[in-house]
Design a protein around this ligand. Sequence first.
Ligand SMILES: N[C@@H](CCC(=O)N[C@@H](CS)C(=O)NCC(=O)O)C(=O)O
Length: 347
Amino acid sequence: MENQATFGDILVKILIVMVLLTSSTVFSVVKTSTLENIKLHKVLKCGVSAGLAGFSAPNSKGKWQGLDVDICRAIAAAVFGDVNKVQYIALSAQQRFVALQSGEIDVLSRNSTFTLTRDTSLGLNFAPVVYYDGQGFMVKRKDRVSKISDLNGASICIQQGTTTELNLADYFRANNLKFKPVVFENNDEVTQAFVKGRCDALTTDISGLAAEKSKFKNPDNYVILTEIISKEPLAPVVRHGDDSWFDVVKYVIYALITAEEFGITSQNIDSFFKTKNPKIKRFLGITKGNGKALGLDEKWAYNIVKMVGNYHEIFERNVGKQSSLKLERGVNALWKNGGLHYSPPFK
Ligand SMILES: N[C@@H](CCC(=O)N[C@@H](CS)C(=O)NCC(=O)O)C(=O)O
């Protein structure tokens, strides 16, 4: 009997602890809702690269610009109807995920590759890809290197805390090639070392190589090799544990793609208010529901496109034809044009 009572007591205690744990989890989720917190503080804290032309860099007036910056602006347009309510926090490759995990930033929009380890062990969630990339190599034209195998035994400059390091080691090992890594913490150091001849080649995402090349005084003295050694799907990132916020960031990106699919741009969006197309009416918030489902104003998608543009506009002005990087749409075209960008339906 005594034993039974003790067992019963333990059971009751376990149940109490379980109830307490469950309710404290519920409370902590409620307390730390990212969207509510952002609305309360009237600012979105967006982690970006310190200076990566085309993706995120302050212009001569100190105003942040680039494809990754436009993602922050689009989120702010959706949440506040105001693209300026963003605080940009410049982060090195090493610092970026800790800043997100610790709550220093609400979202990381910093040319970060979606990988299994980051998605799981680091406790992060990747939003849809905003730029499909791959790792490449830049060399000096005078060195007459035309393919990666010409770099056997070469010294290669790379940035710490990136996917670049492992890709490089994997590729050279798999192809029986030797190399000497020359590693630095930040981008400027890597590029300067390459320019000053401390290494024979510079390796990173092709977009990063194009960004650095666009800043050189004599870009024609440098060549980006055509071979690509990895997949680098670059995507914004949020912390595990707040699905609603993850949804908001996801659908902001999908809204950019959907707008391009519908042919809606920042310039022509107002002409769509007369549309009879039920899908477009839902997208613009004329037919209500999508805003409420996300915890946003019904005009959230309208505000994004009106204030920031659709994916095509963002791509072209920052990294495409209208920019100094001059990158092709390539795999970054819409699915219906042979590319990879695809949005689920807005219904
Ligand atoms: N996509 C890769 C590389 C990201 C990365 O940090 N690349 C460097 C070289 S392009 C960079 O953005 N540097 C800019 C900076 O440190 O401000 C990753 O997620 O690890």
